[in-house]
Design a binder for this molecule. Structure first.
Ligand code: BES
Ligand code: MN
Ligand code: ZN
Length: 483
């Protein structure tokens, strides 16, 4: 459980205190002694520290120095990282409460700081007998000379809870999560948030002729699911919905094209896209944002087995397109294609998919951002990129030029599921685009979805990439600006 952020307008009692500040001179008198001030100045000016701490016997005081940084996005990111650093220090003290005192009224910076502080407390200890490592911090009290509005704090708490739920789902190993289990978790999130939900099971999926999802599922002993989550408030500003589609490969062994050696490691993360979709709709519904959104989450594991697809098999997709499956490890695009063609029936304003789709995206830009591609959605992607910088889930655009389409033409069927070894993330995106006839953005999150080593507030394991991005996008583009 992440700590909750609360607002206060009373002077702090004696307790753990953090002061994020850009100018030491702005700290009111009485907080630090003269010698403490001298020490602070020295640590910051001479030793270039941005976190300084004092022990006052039964509580701690921390100072976070907000460095002058003209780039708004970088400045906010360093505040999140500072928050996470202080979360670590508070954890060492087994602190359960901290007051963040903002003497300058740096609203945006301090919200980012609190965000990093809260996310930095995330841990996944479900399978540890000894829960002692658990972070004890439960409350982050914010005391500011210019308090953010209560609604901002509520939204932030909801969002952080959504990120935490998303990470939990990703971190759950295949031994404890099936496609059915995933669908049940989404149902629970829908109920808690007030969103609508429907789970399609085998029979319905067969009736819908979702040959991609059924094909990938052939080798599994667990049946597939297809979950639809919907938030359609009466005051929605848009008539045509915004759709999010998430890749829900519960575990990717590669299928008959079995992943060799270490390549299978961490493939429980192959449902990160679906987890992010469920979590962001949970957040939008709980925050009661006036926007009509729908999430589609096809889910199955990808395994070899007597019935599994083999190279050369031809399957027929939901929209009737035939696909020659040359490599069973290019499975994500098969289940997503069904979901993307199913999306048409909603007459969407925009469809965004999130998928841990290709190793090529990971190799191209690493763990620091996602590869984005668009068709008929130039302005939407610009807005999404801006959100990406705001929340530091950054996007890099790749083209969907027609030339790439040549690489996925099949001799025997309409399409084949692999291109050449060049530009793998683009041929995957090009494949998906063939199933869309609406404004469309594809996000390949194979890089940032999961971290082997901890990285500040993004943590270790599932990061929840996409949840903060889409929540910001919906709030700023769909609610405020456009629709
Ligand atoms: N889930 C993988 C992509 C992946 C790789 C995600 C590494 C995260 C980290 C996907 O299903 C896959 O196996 N893609 C293949 C496609 C290839 C066979 C065309 C790949 O990228 O190697
Ligand atoms: Mn694969
Ligand atoms: Zn996969």
């Amino acid at each position: 459980m992440l700590p909750t952020i609360t607002l206060t307008n009373k002077e702090q009692e004696l307790g753990n205190l953090v002061i994020p500040v850009s100018r030491l001179s702005k700290i009111p008198a009485g907080i630090f002694t003269t010698s403490e001030k001298g020490y602070l100045k020295k640590q910051i000016d001479d030793f270039k520290q941005d976190v300084v701490s004092f022990n006052r016997l039964n509580y701690w005081v921390y100072l976070f120095y907000i460095k002058p940084e003209p780039d708004r996005f970088k400045r906010l990111e360093s505040c999140r990282k500072g928050g996470c650093q202080i979360a670590g220090l508070l954890h060492q003290q087994k602190a359960d409460k901290v007051t963040v005192f903002d003497p300058e009224g740096n609203n945006e910076e301090v919200m980012a700081f609190a965000e990093g502080l809260s996310l930095g407390c995330y841990c996944f200890l479900k399978y540890k007998t000894d829960k002692d490592e658990e972070n004890k911090l439960r409350e982050i009290e914010l005391y500011s000379s210019n308090s953010p509005s209560a609604i901002h704090i509520t939204h932030l708490n909801i969002l952080l809870e959504a990120v935490s739920r998303c990470r939990d789902l990703i971190n759950e190993p295949n031994s404890h999560l099936t496609a059915n289990g995933f669908a049940r978790a989404v149902e629970k999130m829908a109920k808690e948030s007030g969103a609508g939900v429907e789970v399609f099971h085998q029979q319905k999926i067969e009736a819908l002729k979702m040959g991609g999802l059924l094909g990938v599922n052939q080798g599994s002993k667990e049946p597939p699911t297809f979950t639809v989550m919907e938030w359609k408030p009466e005051n929605a500003k848009n008539k045509k919905p915004y759709l999010f589609v998430g890749k829900g490969i519960i575990y990717d062994t590669g299928g008959m094209n079995l992943k060799p050696g270490d390549f299978m490691l961490n493939m429980k993360d192959d449902m990160s896209g679906a987890a992010a979709v469920a979590s962001v709709i949970y957040a939008i519904a709980r925050a009661k944002l006036p926007v009509y959104v729908v999430g589609l989450m096809p889910a199955t594991d990808n395994r070899p087995g007597a019935e599994a697809l083999v190279s050369g098999d031809i399957i027929t997709m939901h929209n009737g397109t035939t696909v020659e499956v040359l490599n069973t490890d290019a499975e994500g695009r098969l289940i997503l294609a069904d979901a993307l063609s199913y999306a048409s029936k909603f007459d969407p304003a925009l469809v965004i998919d999130l998928a841990t789709l290709t190793g090529a995206a990971l190799r191209a830009i690493g763990k620091f951002g996602a590869a984005a591609m668009q068709s008929q959605a130039v302005n939407e992607l610009e807005a999404l990129k801006f959100s990406g910088f705001m929340v530091y889930e950054r996007l890099v655009e790749f083209p969907l030029w027609d030339d790439y389409g040549e690489q996925i033409k099949s001799d025997l069927a309409d399409l084949k599921n692999t291109g050449s070894s060049d530009a793998g993330m683009i041929t995957a995106g090009k494949f998906l685009q063939k199933f869309t006839a609406y404004p469309y953005i594809h996000l390949d999150i194979a890089g940032p979805a999961f971290l082997e080593k901890p990285d500040s507030y993004r943590g270790q394991g599932g990061t929840g990439f996409g949840v903060r991005l889409l929540f910001d996008f919906i709030k700023s583009y769909c609610v405020a600006a456009k629709v």
